[in-house]
Design a binder for this molecule. Structure first.
Ligand SMILES: [Zn+2]
Length: 64
């Protein structure tokens, strides 16, 4: 009976790149914290917003 359930997996946070333990109870994994998760989601939202609200298309629309 050699249980290895105590094995802690260390992953690098995609946002701040700090080594953080992977815990099953973590809602914000693979991020080290909820803050880093929100930062990553915000970055994605900002990126998609820039693509959706293209100034070139917006200029053509207002001319119509
Ligand atoms: Zn982080």
């Amino acid at each position: 009976m050699s249980g290895t359930e105590d094995t802690v997996i260390i992953l690098a946070c995609p946002t701040c790149r700090r080594s953080a333990p992977w815990r099953e109870e973590s809602d914000f994994r693979p991020f080290c914290s909820e803050r880093c998760k929100l930062i990553d989601l915000g970055a994605w939202a900002d990126e998609s917003h820039r693509i959706a609200g293209d100034s070139a298309y917006d200029d053509l629309s207002s001319e119509d």
